[in-house]
Design a protein. Structure first.
Ligand code: SAM
Ligand code: SF4
Length: 466
């Protein structure tokens, strides 16, 4: 048994990161059995679930969307805010109930929540029917843990700085767009954020391995890759190779894969060369997700974000000036401990200045073990909810404004599939990452097509394939 440890998770030593080739061969011993996989949280978790899916399907399990039909339930969890916790523990209740009638059911919990000391303690004491707890550093141990499952709780969570695993296999959700990890972990330690503790130190993959993966995806017919990292602009800084994110972006662009995106960019490490490359290469999409978090310098300082409102604005305007038609989205937190009304108004002010194409907005959620969670907060939840509402109204107004600018124009849309609610309609994304519901033939799925935009709403566009 290995239990998580916050002190270990916080450590950053000069220990060399190992780049290890995985070699996992699995037999389909569970043929005829079914798995139920539920993913919470960010793109990183969605991509990790593609690795988990590979292991489950290689062991012979087939997918079910019905919890009651499952022989194994895997919950890939998120720790970023308290409501993510609540959802998982709520779901566990259903699993417990099911296990009472289905004794051989295996219940496994992975992801960022498994890396938290208090969560694992709670699972140990209050949820003994959970069979397997695995962490973000050892997803590849899951098959072994499943094969050894014997009704005794097995917890294998490592709070290490972490290594880089290569040769990871994925059963990807899509045949059109693919996630590509370029780095793991984070060393920014924003004071409110749990990620540096749950995901370990920043570890970049080698450039040639990433390019090799993208080339393979292109050969398989993928139209789009999204380069993934908590902080992609800092790519390469932890390697002694002399290359950075701009070098990687250029090498990936030269593979000629039709579309390249990347998330997430921290304003701190955004270089001019990166901006020039986004402008230069047609297959690097004119879309940047650039979290600001707050528009007030004092709050930004308390958050440990390392830039001022003015510096963010300068970068924002530089990207807007250099990259034609670029869309920029952001993340914003309201109600950081003791944020005053006037500090919140600075956030509204930057939204008014930037007129973001869209924004993910959150109420600050204290995360145990982070520096911000130790600050005594005097602002009520009611007040924070009011601020969030006000912020969302403003953000939505600008999203609608940005979308309306697309009206009657022709956009290039990568068609991903049929609309969930209306299977006669298709959906896809513009190069600027705007969702479009498209009238057109199903044969267009997987292709980048010209679409005339006929209607604009706050969160999507309507259009007709030409
Ligand atoms: N690495 C990315 C960055 O720095 O921009 C984002 C990672 S995090 C998964 C996504 C977003 O969650 C953050 O940008 C932040 O707005 C939000 N977030 C992180 N910790 C939070 C907390 N304790 N409470 C509320 N929102 C939080
Ligand atoms: Fe969290 Fe900050 Fe790292 Fe993003 S950059 S993952 S917000 S610590």
């Amino acid at each position: 048994m290995n239990l998580p440890d916050m002190i270990e998770a916080r450590k950053r030593t000069s220990k060399r990161v190992e780049h290890i080739d995985l070699d996992i061969n699995l037999k389909d011993v569970f043929k005829g059995k079914k798995y139920f996989l539920r993913t919470y949280g960010c793109q990183m978790n969605v991509h990790d679930s593609e690795e988990i899916r590979y292991y489950l399907e290689s062991l012979g399990y087939t997918n079910t969307e019905e919890l009651e039909a499952a022989d194994i339930v895997v919950l890939n969890t998120c720790a970023i805010r308290e409501n993510a916790h609540d959802k998982v523990f709520g779901y566990l209740g259903r699993c417990k109930h099911l296990k009472q009638t289905k004794k051989d059911l295996i219940i496994a919990i992975g992801g960022c929540m498994s890396q938290e000391v208090s969560v694992v303690e709670e699972i140990k004491t209050k949820h003994p029917y959970v069979d397997i707890v695995f962490g973000t550093h050892n997803i590849h141990d899951l098959p072994k843990m499943i094969l050894n499952a014997n009704h005794k709780q097995d917890i294998e969570v490592f709070s290490c700085e972490g290594d880089v695993y290569e040769n990871i296999k994925y059963n990807r959700d899509s045949k059109i767009t693919a996630w590509v990890n370029i780095m793991y972990g984070c060393d920014k330690f924003c004071t409110y954020c749990i990620v540096p503790y749950t995901r370990g130190k920043q570890r970049s993959r080698k450039l040639d391995k990433i390019v090799e993966e993208v080339k393979k995806l292109k050969e398989e017919g993928y139209q789009e890759v999204t380069l993934l990292g908590q902080n992609v602009n800092a790519y390469g800084k932890d390697l002694d190779e002399g290359y950075d994110f701009a070098d990687l972006l250029e090498s990936v662009a030269k593979t000629n894969i039709p579309r390249i995106r990347f998330v997430t960019s921290h304003p701190w490490d955004f270089t001019d060369r990166m901006i020039d490359l986004i402008a230069k290469y047609e297959n690097v999409m004119p879309y940047v997700h650039l979290p600001i978090q707050s528009g007030n310098d004092h709050i930004l300082k308390l958050m440990g974000r390392r830039y001022t409102k003015e510096e963010y604005l300068t970068l924002f305007n530089k990207i807007k000036d250099k990259v034609k038609g670029v869309s920029i989205t952001t993340d914003i937190i309201v109600g950081f401990p003791n944020e005053t009304e006037s500090e919140f108004e600075d956030t509204l002010d930057i939204v008014n200045k930037c007129k973001f194409d869209s924004a993910f907005t959150f109420i600050y959620s204290p995360r145990e073990g982070t520096p911000a969670s130790k600050i005594k907060d005097t602002i009520s939840l009611e007040e924070k909810e009011k601020r969030l509402y006000k912020l969302n109204e403003l953000v939505n107004k600008y999203s609608l404004e940005a979308n309306k600018k697309c009206l009657d124009k022709v956009a290039k849309v990568l068609i991903l599939g049929t609309n969930e609610k209306d299977d006669k309609k298709l959906y896809g994304y513009t190069d600027t990452m705007k969702l479009v519901n498209v009238t057109g033939d199903k044969s267009l799925i997987g292709r980048i097509v010209d679409v005339k935009i006929t209607d604009a709403k706050s969160f999507s566009l309507d259009g007709k394939a030409l």
